[in-house]
Design a protein around this ligand. Structure first.
Ligand code: NAP
Length: 294
């Protein structure tokens, strides 16, 4: 299949490029390819003639989004509307990613695709706007909500991914204060890329939740990173209130992969297994930690 990947050097984009080696790929890099410049995007994509476009581009520094709503909406919403129109003109499906943050966390049990969103931040509102513009703009879409991404290539938008940041701070003997009242599912971009690979071979368009299995707080995730890598650190839990971040975040944003399971996609592994695989890939899994940690 001819697949264009927007944001090909991002953490998810890089794993998609690594995963889709059997396909003809057009990797697209910012700023040479900018989703907020639709005329150029249209001519680049139309000239190549993709059979599928995968958009990983986002402005997702959640606290900065609060003070830059115009840029946030340009990348996360208006550009998605334009990409949907371009893909409709070309006649190819569009894969786009959204976030667990579209939910407010009040449910307290895993969110399924049918649950009503109620975003709490500028970032989350912009991502929900992108979802709506995509769903109304082009029916042949795969809209994938995911959560807590980490991958080999790090997160270009946010700097180091969370796991690598924990490792880095521990190695520098810096104190680690991590929120213990936001429950999420850390998700490996490697596994997410495999899920996307399977999804795009179908014509089962629509909204999907795709994350690893299980859940933890960010503090518990940091604890697991340290335990599995055998690093000592001054790690302590703190409350979201104490952190005083600019943007509100849901206290609970665990997603259930309900539609993916119904479609028969290969199940995602528990987040602990995915983290173990990630650390093993970096060559820093502590000997004797190949047992379940929860
Ligand atoms: N990271 C998470 O924890 C998380 C959680 C839930 C959902 N998501 C969603 O998952 C998707 C992928 O996230 P990620 O972590 O892989 O992000 P990432 O590592 O920041 O990658 C995003 C890619 O898009 C590029 N990009 C940024 N602005 C662009 C623009 N205007 N035009 C074209 N490309 C642009 C970036 O280039 P530069 O780096 O050069 O700017 C980068 O290559 C996003 O839609 C995000 O909202 C992420």
């Amino acid at each position: 299949m001819k697949i264009a990947i927007i944001g090909a050097d991002g953490q998810l984009g890089s794993d998609l490029v690594r995963r889709l080696t059997g396909d003809a790929l057009l990797p697209l890099y910012y700023p040479a390819f900018d989703v907020t410049r639709p005329d150029e995007a249209r001519s680049t994509l139309a000239a190549w003639g993709p059979e599928c476009v995968i958009n990983t581009a986002a402005f997702h520094r959640v606290d900065e989004c609060e003070i830059h709503p115009d840029k946030t909406f340009a990348v996360n919403a208006t550009a998605v509307r334009d990409l949907a129109a371009i893909c409709r003109e070309i006649g190819c499906p569009l894969v786009h990613f959204s976030t667990d943050y579209v939910f407010d966390g009040a449910k307290g049990s895993p969110y399924v695709e049918e649950d009503a969103p109620n975003p709490l931040s500028v970032y989350a509102v912009s991502k929900l706007a992108g979802e709506i513009l995509l769903r109304n703009g082009w029916e042949r879409h795969f809209l994938v909500r995911t959560c807590g991404l980490y991958g080999e290539s790090g997160c270009l938008e946010k700097g180091m991914n969370f796991a690598d940041r924990v490792l880095d701070l521990a190695r520098h003997r810096a104190p680690l204060r991590v929120v213990d009242d936001q429950r999420v599912t850390p998700t490996s971009t490697r596994e997410l890329a495999a899920g996307v690979d399977a999804l795009i071979r179908t014509s089962a368009y629509g909204l999907y939740h795709l994350t690893n299995e299980g859940d933890c707080t960010w503090y518990e995730f940091a604890r697991a990173v340290l335990d599995l890598s055998g690093l000592e650190a001054d790690l302590r839990p703190v409350s979201t209130r104490r952190f005083a971040a600019r943007a509100r975040r849901p206290a609970y944003s665990v997603l259930e992969n309900k539609r993916a399971k119904a479609l028969g996609l290969a199940p995602f592994s528990p987040w602990t297994e995915a983290l173990r695989a990630y650390l093993a890939g970096k060559g820093i899994l502590k000997a004797g930690t190949d047992r379940p940690i929860r």
